[in-house]
Design a protein around this ligand. Structure first.
Ligand code: AMP
Length: 502
């Protein structure tokens, strides 16, 4: 499946996901590298590739998902890889530094219903024709039969940082150097493009000096690249001007950097700041682009992005009660009622049922990735790893205690592996934030689970909820229930609790 590519300057990266589970020193976040697993889902998938070919310039919303680069980019790549914040700002034409306003008109508990300009989904561009670092000889071997106009793009071997467009014409392969100049790409120093997808699109419409028009792309086998263009966020109406945002104290630390409290249009918001790192920028934009397409009451809402010379910020609704795991641990049995528990379970399940309906897999569902709003509603957050269900992971780390065995072992992530994690999350809710598999050394957890071991119900856990956990932990993914079904069950349970309390 596809991988993100930073298109700001059109430089595809060697991609692999960076599953950076939030390692906070707590043993429940211990991870193993996922590259010790095999990757059946990244085997050649002709049907998928055909689909992708058809979707070269418009990825359907359920495919707005991709891998995220985690390999260090080479120095030359870093130089050219223009999703560094400075390059983004070049494209954005924004030059001001973050301005701190002195507004005091904060609406304390608001779950942000901020006025917004009409905004659209930000789509990623598939680049099935991008073959990465292959030699001239390999390109010539692959480009067969030599139909006029059959093409691929590769990284230039002679000019690191540049690309080569390889096109078949009259039985031979012509290799055109695609130069990277002033943050743009060009073949002839006349036409300049923001990214490779735009360059290819241009020469698909017209030969414009090439030996022939590009008529047919040769899709790369296996994992393919995507490009994500910061400009697309501007065009889709997701950009917040620097001066509109007031920054306040740090409220958390995430994969990308600090999370700050902010004020935007009089309401509190959360601001994720990106560390200055081009590789992270791609993941950051990837997360943001996914968030533009996923809108549900139980998913943390994206409000917009800020681009400026120094930083990139992702602005989301503010969830004043923080992460669910911290909430459960800090309030404990005395303050978290049975009604709260079933509500948290139901809300999370509703968010997940929505993702399931959109064929998006979360991959890191856990109480630490669910946030609690002022009104106690729970919302699923951290879409950084969310992918369409056919996507395969080939790098990074996995939170062992939350990850389904088939995902750990064979990299098979699906809505069913999310359901396994949901079972663990239910256990967290009913144990008031305990670390799963207490007393089992981390190294033994996978072995125990594979042999069919299932955790006991936490004290006071309703039988019906434990029943859901057991179903979620079925070793056969296809036997696990869907989020849609569990939402119905939890909805009924919730109604009963509400009756009892009333
Ligand atoms: P993340 O980068 O999403 O893992 O966030 C790291 C931490 O920042 C979380 O555990 C929360 O404590 C805090 N945080 C992140 N997003 C929000 C938000 N929307 N509202 C409030 N706190 C947040």
């Amino acid at each position: 499946m596809p991988t993100y590519h930073n298109a700001g300057g059109g430089y595809p990266n060697v991609s692999a996901p960076a599953r950076q589970a939030k390692l906070d020193g707590n043993q429940n976040h211990h991870t193993i590298p996922s590259n010790v697993t095999s990757h059946p889902l990244i085997q050649n998938n002709t049907q998928q590739q055909q689909q992708q070919q058809q979707q070269q310039h418009s990825v359907p919303s359920n495919l707005i998902a991709s891998s995220i680069p985690s390999h260090p980019v080479s120095p030359t790549m870093t130089m050219h890889s223009s999703v560094t914040t400075s390059n983004i700002t070049t494209h954005m034409n924004t030059t001001s530094s973050p301005m701190i306003l002195t507004s005091n008109t904060i609406n304390p508990g608001a779950t942000t219903a901020l006025p917004a300009n009409p905004r659209h989904e930000v789509k990623l561009n598939a680049m099935p024709w991008f073959h990465g670092k292959i030699s001239r000889e390999t390109a010539e071997r692959l480009l067969r039969p030599r139909e006029d106009g059959l093409f691929l793009v590769r990284e230039s071997t002679n000019f690191p940082g540049d690309y080569t467009l390889c096109v078949c014409y009259q039985g031979r392969v012509q290799h055109y150097r695609v130069k990277y100049k002033n943050n743009q790409l060009t073949i002839d120093d006349e036409e300049f493009f923001e990214n490779l997808a735009l360059l290819v699109e241009h020469y698909e419409q017209d030969a414009d000096g090439l030996c022939t028009q590009l008529t047919k792309s040769l899709p790369k086998q296996g994992k393919q690249d995507f490009c994500v263009d910061p400009k697309a966020f501007v065009e889709a109406g997701w950009v917040i001007q620097t001066h509109e945002l007031e920054l306040r104290e740090c409220i958390g630390k995430g994969e990308f950097g600090d999370v700050l409290l902010g004020v935007y249009r009089g309401e509190r918001v959360a601001v994720k700041m990106l560390k200055d790192n081009s590789e992270a920028a791609q993941r950051f934009l990837a997360e943001a682009s996914l968030m533009t397409s996923l809108i549900h009451d139980n998913l943390v809402k994206l409000l917009g992005l800020v681009f400026n010379n120094q930083h990139m910020y992702l602005v989301t609704e503010y969830m004043s009660k923080g992460s669910l795991v911290d909430y459960l641990r800090s309030r404990g049995r005395l303050h978290v009622s049975k009604k709260d528990q079933i509500n948290f379970a139901y809300d999370t399940c509703a968010g997940m049922a929505y993702l399931e309906s959109r064929h998006v897999v979360h991959r890191d569902l856990a109480a630490r990735n669910v946030l609690v709003a002022e009104d106690n509603s729970a919302k699923v957050s951290d879409f950084g790893l969310a992918r369409d269900e056919n996507f395969s992971l080939d790098g990074g780390k996995l939170p062992i205690k939350w990850t389904a065995p088939e995902a750990l072992k064979q990299n098979k992530f699906s809505n069913k592996s999310d359901m396994w994690s949901f079972g663990i999350l239910l256990w967290e809710i009913y144990s008031f934030g305990r670390v799963p598999y207490p007393r089992i050394p981390l190294a033994d957890v996978v072995k125990c689970v594979e042999k069919g071991y299932k955790m006991e119900p936490p004290d006071g856990c309703p039988a019906e909820v434990y029943d859901i956990m057991k179903q979620a932990w079925d070793l056969q993914p296809e036997k696990r229930p869907s989020f849609h079904d569990i939402k119905v069950t939890l909805g009924q349970l919730r109604a009963e609790y509400t009756k009892v309390v009333n």
